[in-house]
Structure formats: C-alpha cells, structure tokens
Write a protein that binds this ligand. Structure first.
Ligand SMILES: [Cu+2]
Length: 144
C-alpha cells in the first residue's frame, strides 16, 4: 500500500516537473512518453472490457435509474446464459432491480451503483421492476 502510493506520487511529481520544464524550454530530451509508459501498468488491471461477452461466458448489461424511470425497458437474453447487470442509480432515493424469474432482487442506494448476477430462465417474456416504484419503473425481459 505504502509503496504503491509512493510510486503514484512519484509519477505525479514527475509529470509536474516535466510540465514546468516545458514552460522553461529546457530539458525536452525525456518528455511526455516516458511518464506515460511508466503509468500504464498501474491502470491496466482496472479497465474492464465488455468484449468478453459470448458463448456461455459472462454477459454484461447496464441499467440506469434516473427521475424514477429506467433508461432501458427491455432486455433480450439467451436461455441458460449468465448475466451481470450493473444498475446505476442517478437519483437521490433508493431504487431496486427485481427480476423474479432470475431470482434477482437488488437494492441500489441513491447515487450509487450495484451489480447483480443472474441466469436467464427458459424462453419466455418476464417482467422486471423496481419494487419501490413498480408502476413507474418496470420493463420486460425477453428470453429466447
Ligand atoms: Cu425505484
């Protein structure tokens, strides 16, 4: 922990030093590229890709609550496939994602987001909704 923080601070200081040097017009020999490549390994692990979706693997879905409404009211899933849904709550009040056929029931505090994983049931059409605002926040999940 300590060591890593020191490296991050060191990189920041280096960037600032380079910026300052740029203004003075002096040491341009080891400019921008050096600090950019040094920082790259730190961030590589954090970036999540959605490209992994496919054959029996994990599929990522997104849903946002804003103004006591969902930004998406329909999803198409494949029967038996596993899904991870990230629910983003942009309101200040708590919302919830309930998809009973997939045994999903996930609360999401105001201003936060939460992930819920479920397996698509047999082919059919199923409702999803926020259990706190079921008439305003509902949609349909179609499984094929
Ligand atoms: Cu709600």
């Amino acid at each position: 922990m300590r060591r890593r923080g020191g490296i991050v601070i060191g990189v920041l200081v280096g960037v600032l030093a380079l910026a300052a040097a740029g203004c003075g017009g002096g040491n341009d020999d080891n400019s921008g590229s050096a600090s950019a490549t040094a920082a790259a390994p730190e961030t590589s692990g954090a970036a999540s890709t959605t490209a992994a979706a496919g054959g029996g693997g994990e599929n990522e879905l997104q849903l946002t609550a804003q103004g006591t409404a969902w930004n998406t009211t329909s999803f198409d899933l494949k029967a038996g496939s596993s899904y991870t849904l990230e629910v983003t709550n942009q309101d200040s009040i708590e919302h919830n994602f309930t998809f009973a056929a997939g045994n999903a029931n996930q609360d999401v505090e105001g201003g936060e987001d939460a992930k819920v994983t479920f397996t698509a049931p047999a082919a059919g059409s199923y409702p999803f909704f926020c259990k706190y605002h079921p008439s305003a926040m509902k949609g349909t999940i179609t499984v094929t």
